[in-house]
Write a protein that binds this ligand. Sequence first.
Ligand code: G6P
Length: 608
Amino acid sequence: MCGIVGILGREPVAPSLIEALKRLEYRGYDSAGLATLEQGRLTRVRASGKLRNLEEKLAASPLSGTSGIGHTRWATHGRPNETNAHPHISDKLAVVHNGIIENFRELREELAAKGHVFATETDSEVVAHLVAEQIREGAGPAAAVARALTRLKGAFALAFLFDGEADLLIGARRGAPLAAGWGEGGVYLGSDALALAPFAHTIAYLEEGDHVVLTRERVTFHDAAGHEVERRRQPLQAGSFLVDKGNFRHFMAKEIHEQPEVVGRTLSHYLDLASGTVRLPFELSFDAKKLSRVTISACGTAFYAGLIARYWIERYARLAVEIDIASEFRYREAPLPNDGLTILVSQSGETADTLAALRYAKTHGQHILSIVNVETSTIARESDTVALTLAGPEIGVASTKAFTCQLAVFACLAVALGRARGVLSEAEEKALVAELAATPGLMADALAHEARIELVARDVARASSVLYLGRGPAYPLALEGALKLKELSYIHAEGYAAGELKHGPIALIDYAMPVIVLAPPDATLEKTVSNLQEVAARGGHLILIGSRAAREAAAADLAGFVELPDIASAFAVLVYAVPVQLLAYHAAVFMGKDVDQPRNLAKSVTVE
Ligand code: G6P
């Protein structure tokens, strides 16, 4: 959730620490801080709020140390103020932490009884004191960290810097990602490859339970049992991690506009357009004919991609699908069938609950397939089969292009499973592939309606509550539309199955609450239009996103209409996602909100 970085450099490291933290800000931005060794002495600078506050402080009093650690925080324990900002310091060391120390209360009591004085409300500070206690008892830094690690419960990644030790950094990983890197300017630690891309030419990921001791000359990995081990070094392609906004005001706008390209790229990875067939870029680790059930689990927007996919997998592969959000699924003790396939969906590949769901499914004998955007992520590495979304780095905290790429992969998978199970004919496959192949162009057409959507968004921005309605695959898209509005503009919004309107939410209808109806031209269009008329009859504030045919059928007074091409395809939701995202984006921009980094959110949620 938080981002951590460490550098043993040859030049002053503060500017590089800041640069790495900028690349990690997507993991949280409640506060930031760094510590360096100034003439051998630990010195730290911290600031609440965004990284620029820390930058301002550093500009006023620069640091010149050539070794240091840095942190950008998403608060779990303790308010997001400067006192609780990392690094935390005790005696002779500083630590930055990503994750949660579950047993921090017991440890804190134990250490307080030994005379340790705690300055913060955080769980992280206990780590500094625990290591300091080992040093007090006579251990050297590496042994002190190794011993402290055996006492910690929870999921975390840590980086340590020691007073008077200008050539030493120690990192540890349990349940949260951490990589070591080598570059011309020194050796590095970072939460992910993105953070290290400007500096390192080679990286190696820590495995679960590892800790690593870095000096400028030597990087030594130790496994959970403390044994020295080798970890695979791999080249880092700096170019592939370029992060900039191009000509856009926000990353989110850029990422929305990239969708025709990245969805096209993802589809071409899974489809053979020349022959009109699906061609998966991997071997299935199971016999599709023998599959008894598909279980899908994910969080947030990725979960909604799974909900949409359920319609496709059931319809095209004739397979029963069970789906649940990962934070529930992991604790439900759900019985899983023999010959079951579990699909995990995650942009980052690091979401703690999704990873736990994966591990649950694995211990219950499921075939594990993950749909991820980060090939080197933990979820990818623990899966039997990895289906990559080729969305490129997604920086906007609210997921957009990763979502539509997840849908693209799911669509291809549903058709591939249908073929492999013998329930889809060659002709049906061809027709579905043609529909998919047309999607990127239609998404580009939808983007061309941006000015119209912006006007509708201004209307929506005046509301304090919004209802989103849809049927079939457009129902989960309505849930996603409501989520996008909530997270970006802080307007309360709810997604509902259009058919469920009369079972409650219809009581809410008045002109103050916009009702956004997603009406793709599928078999349920008529029913959706009836629901729309139920809203109109009660003086509702109607906004329709649909084709001209839907507009004509609606025959009602509309406060807004976004016309989309006439797409007779179950995959139309990929196209409908575009106005849904743009609507939330423009409402938030109009309201002056921070669209790339909405309050309280984080892009990668590596805590429960
Ligand atoms: C956070 C992000 C969402 C994302 C969810 C799941 O809540 O803000 O945009 O959908 O995590 O993340 P994942 O990386 O697993 O897709």
